[in-house]
Design a protein. Structure first.
Length: 148
């Protein structure tokens, strides 16, 4: 934060202040010190907010505001653990499906929990994981809906 002040990087300074404020607000609200998992959860919420805001600004033809949100998003992501690569996610999904023995897309929640447990310690976006899991798995016909 001090380095951003000295370098007069207003954008970076505002983003760092926003992160610090969100963490402090949650700490005050919960009345106990934050642990690392809670901090990562808060940063994840901030990332999600920035993605949604940038998307809305792009839809509203406000490119300059969308760029600002995306710059803040990149700064927040720099404080998060590394995201797993595509192969790691695919392997985790495949092993979770075989381990849980899921046969229906209705049981997707069981697989999602298993995948997130396997990828613990890495930044995993639940929505992206759901989309990645969903299309390939849902194409299989349900045993209840097989043609007679």
């Amino acid at each position: 934060m001090v380095a951003a002040m000295r370098a007069k990087e207003e954008m970076k300074l505002n983003a760092i202040r926003m992160i610090k404020t969100a963490l402090k607000k949650h700490e005050v609200d919960s009345m106990k010190p934050l642990d690392e998992a809670t901090e990562m959860q808060i940063l994840g919420t901030l990332i999600k907010q920035r993605r949604e805001a940038a998307e809305m600004f792009r839809k509203g033809d406000r490119a300059e505001l969308a760029d600002k949100e995306e710059a803040e998003l990149k700064l927040i992501e720099s404080y998060m653990p590394a995201a797993p690569c595509e192969q790691e996610v695919d392997a985790a999904i495949a092993s979770a499906i075989t381990e849980t023995g899921v046969t229906s897309s209705k049981q997707m929640g069981v697989v999602m929990k298993a995948v997130q447990a396997k990828l613990a310690g890495k930044r995993v976006d639940g929505k992206a994981l759901s989309e990645k899991f969903g299309p390939g798995y849902r194409k299989r016909p349900s045993p209840n809906k097989l043609p007679k």
